[in-house]
Design a protein around this ligand. Structure first.
Ligand code: ZN
Length: 259
C-alpha cells in the first residue's frame, strides 16, 4: 500500500472529519509514528500534535504517540459514536469541509514539491527572454540604421532639426522625413522620461496635433523612432512627456520641437 491515501486523510483528520474505519486505520498509522503525516498535521495546525511534538521533537516521539492515543480514546467516546450516527447531512457537511481542506493542503504539497523547480524554470525563462529582447533590440537598431542610411542617400528626404524646448534645452533631434514614406526621428541628449512615462511625438498640421508614436531613450539619452507617413503636410513636429501608453492629445510639456 502506498502512502498516498494517508496524505489526504491527514488533512481530513486535522479537521476531525475522518469517520469509522477510515479514522481507525489512519490513527493506527499515526500511532506507528509516521513523520510525514505528523508533519502534515503540524501544517494543518493540529494543536495536540504541535504541542506534543514541541515537547519531544525526536522521532518517533513518545509524547506524540501518547497525545494521539489520547485523541483516539476521545474520538472513540460514546459522544463521538453518537455524533457519527447523527443525521446524514452531518457527515455530508464534514466531508464537504474536509474536501475543501484537502484541496488546500494538496496545494501546499504541490507547492512544497514543485515550487523550487518552478522558480528555477522561471529564472531560466526570464534570462532567455531578456537575451531574446536584447537581440531583438540589436536587430531593430540595425534595421533602423539601414533604413536611415537609405533615406540619407535619397535626395527627396528632408532633414529637420528639433531643438530642446522648455525643461530640457540640451536635447536635440534630427528628423529624416518624406511626406509619403514617413521617416525616422533620431534623438540625442534626452534624459529618461521617468517611471510610467514616455515621450510622444506629434505631427502638427494646421494647428492640430496628431499622435505619431511613443518612444523612450536608452541609458545614454538616445532614441531612434520610426514615424509613419501622414496625409496632411506637417507644419511642426513636437515631442511631449506623456504616460507611457501614450495619449490622443498632448498633455505634458514640450521637450523637443521643429522650427
Ligand atoms: Zn503517514
Amino acid at each position: 500500500m502506498t502512502h498516498e491515501p494517508f496524505d489526504t486523510e491527514a488533512a481530513a483528520y486535522a479537521l476531525g472529519a475522518l469517520e469509522g474505519e477510515q479514522l481507525a486505520r489512519f490513527e493506527t498509522h499515526l500511532a506507528e509514528g509516521c513523520a510525514r503525516c505528523l508533519a502534515a498535521l503540524r501544517e494543518a495546525g493540529d494543536m495536540a500534535v504541535v504541542l506534543a511534538a514541541d515537547a519531544a521533537p525526536a522521532v518517533p516521539p513518545t509524547a506524540v504517540r501518547e497525545a494521539l492515543l489520547r485523541r483516539v480514546a476521545a474520538e472513540a467516546s460514546p459522544a463521538r459514536r453518537q455524533a457519527e450516527s447523527a443525521r446524514w447531512w452531518t457527515s455530508w457537511a464534514t466531508a464537504a469541509a474536509a474536501a475543501v481542506l484537502v484541496a488546500a493542503l494538496g496545494g501546499l504539497f504541490v507547492q512544497g514539491r514543485y515550487e523550487p523547480r518552478l522558480a528555477a524554470l522561471g529564472r531560466e525563462t526570464a534570462a532567455l527572454k531578456e537575451e531574446l529582447e536584447r537581440q531583438a533590440r540589436a536587430l531593430g537598431q540595425r534595421q533602423a540604421d539601414a533604413a536611415i542610411a537609405q533615406m540619407l542617400r535619397d535626395p527627396a528626404t528632408r532633414v529637420l532639426t528639433l531643438r530642446g524646448a522648455g525643461p530640457i534645452p540640451t536635447a536635440e533631434a534630427r528628423l529624416l522625413w518624406q511626406q509619403e514614406a514617413g521617416g525616422w526621428l533620431v534623438v540625442t541628449n534626452l534624459p529618461p522620461a521617468g517611471a510610467g512615462n514616455a515621450y510622444e511625438l506629434w505631427t502638427i498640421s494646421g494647428g492640430r496635433p496628431t499622435p505619431a508614436g511613443v518612444f523612450n531613450v536608452d541609458a545614454s539619452g538616445r532614441a531612434t523612432h520610426r514615424v509613419e507617413p501622414v496625409a496632411q503636410a506637417v507644419d511642426v513636429f513636437a515631442v511631449t512627456v506623456e504616460p507611457e501608453a501614450g495619449v490622443a492629445a498632448p498633455t505634458g510639456p514640450i521637450v523637443l520641437a521643429s522650427r
